[in-house]
Write a protein that binds this ligand. Structure first.
Ligand code: FES
Length: 155
């Protein structure tokens, strides 16, 4: 990752927000959009360029569930395990996803298509149990519905 080309790209992203007082989160989102995750050496570079301690940048990068500090699949599935989803079957949802994908939580399928994670409340408790695939939310999940949803992303 440590190439001049990467840093040219990071510089281009930084330039988009040079007038912002607190550009860090926007910069991290754009970096993730470009590379699919936030490489550690790029985080260090951003910290130096913004004059922010690396620990602060890393802290922000690991605080938000939508930011990834390790390589992930093309589609990141986040299953809500907070109480309302838990009591309405989140464990079954997670087990069904593990079976369908052949991976455990925190893992990525061999083809690099799916990463499976658990998360806390997605803010759609009324349709529990719920999950997200990248930035799309799905609720009222059943095993059948999960198979249908995965089929959309397998095409
Ligand atoms: S508890 Fe799962 S969406 Fe709120």
């Amino acid at each position: 990752m440590n190439t001049p080309f990467v840093y040219q790209d990071v510089e281009e992203i930084l330039s988009r927000y040079e007038k912002e007082e607190t550009p860090l989160l926007c910069v991290l989102e754009d970096i993730q959009e470009k590379w699919g995750y936030l490489p550690r050496d790029v985080l260090g570079y951003v910290a130096r360029r913004l004059g922010i301690p690396s620990s602060t940048v890393y802290g922000v990068a690991t605080f938000y569930a939508f930011l990834e500090v390790r390589p992930v699949g093309k589609y990141v599935i986040r299953v809500c395990k907070s109480t309302p989803c838990h009591v309405r079957g989140a464990t079954n949802v997670l087990e069904a996803l593990k079976r369908e994908l052949g991976i455990r939580e925190g893992e990525t399928t061999k083809d690099g298509r799916f990463t499976l994670e658990v998360t806390s409340c997605l803010g759609v408790c009324g349709v529990a149990p719920a999950m997200m695939v990248n930035d799309v939310t799905y609720g009222n999940l059943t095993e059948e519905r999960i198979r249908e949803i995965l089929a959309l992303y397998r095409e």
